[in-house]
Design a protein around this ligand. Sequence first.
Ligand code: GDP
Ligand code: MG
Length: 442
Amino acid sequence: MLGNLGRSLSKTMKKLAGMTIVDEEVVREVIKDIQRALIQSDVNVKLVFKLSKSIENRALNEEPPRGITPKEHIIRIVYEEMVKLVGEKAQELSIDEKPYRILFLGLQGSGKTTTIGKLARHLRRRGFTVGVVCTDTWRPAAFEQLKQYTEGQDIDVYGDPQNRDAVDLARKGLEEFQKKDVIIFDTAGRHKEEKDLLNEMEELSDVVRPHEAILVIDGTIGQQAREQALAFREATDIGSIIVTKLDGSAKGGGALSAVAEIGAPIKFIGTGERIEDLEVFDPERFISRLLGMGDLRSLLEKVEEVSEEDISEESLDAILSGRFTLKDMRVQFEMMGKMGPLQQIMKMLPGMGKLPKDASKMTEETIKRYLIIMDSMTDEELEKPDIIKHSRIRRIARGSGTRNEDVKDLLKYYKVTKKAMKGLGRRKMGGPMGQLMRQFMR
Ligand code: GDP
Ligand code: MG
């Protein structure tokens, strides 16, 4: 879905993630790449410009929060601003009254009937009973089409090809399905005059009294989606929007951003012709996927949590100045414990799908063992690891139920890490995540 846009955006983000220095020039270059990608996928130029400005302003003026490297900071800004572009928070379709009446609106060919089939299935699989009412009196096979889409799914369809009165069909369907949890009304959306179309919609709306009117918009029309959505909004209360045909459409980005701008939430997107090609639309998940960074959001949240809780100013200073003790290392291990398996953390990091060879040796098990070993050390030993020699090693191993070799491994690991930290301090690269990464990249 939105393959090209996704490819160019994730390429940009990987490039950014791979940079060692992040300065003004880099920020501008990243923004230019993003602009190019968005405009190519037909996002409105004004919106693109607005987005670039906010990214630039924030990237150049906002201080990275403590515990976040400048690079992570910029990645987060790009991500947050992109999320805003398509609508901020996910809005669920919640069936809070029964029967919950949904009226589908949209031009002919936008994908209403197909999407109704998909949505009915989606709801049925969540345990709701669903009735679908066909009020399309234009298309001779409309009723058949609905029956086909819902076949074998325990979904009832009401229709009558002989009846030419859409409003009457709606009224009868409503009666028929009083006991259902959800009733979905399909409409024709085909009229010579826009005025007639809107009139019929108003009449239907009066009879159905929908809890939610869902506007279906064809994603391949790009920026024009905005005009269409606005026209419908004039005539009815649009509760939510579904954008269809986002599979492989170059213009999908245009439709999504244009529609998000009008204010009604996009709740689902259609990503194919098959019945299962319906996705709940979650701006945050959508963008992080588009940027190609797995679950960037939860990673950033975790980094925040950890950095606030666990890294005191002193220990950060100590680390950066090269005064790195076993106590500091213990803090790092505990931090890793909280963030979950290393493998997972690495996967979430942009541009680091795979764990470097050496890092894979540091399994969770090893970390746990090292923590136990450190529990058997005295304060003095933790502060001044150099004093730990043969007899102390034996004592610590016995106390922690490990082997001498394990204690020696830990000390060796500590030395390597300390050296790495010194290097870090010199290069002035703060942030626990940066340290962690660097530590394991060696
Ligand atoms: P309606 O006139 O609004 O009811 O539109 P239909 O549901 O009949 O769909 C019109 C055409 O669009 C059909 O050929 C559908 O298969 C196709 N279509 C609908 N949704 C999607 C989608 O998400 N992706 C693709 N590729 N085609 C779709
Ligand atoms: Mg139809």
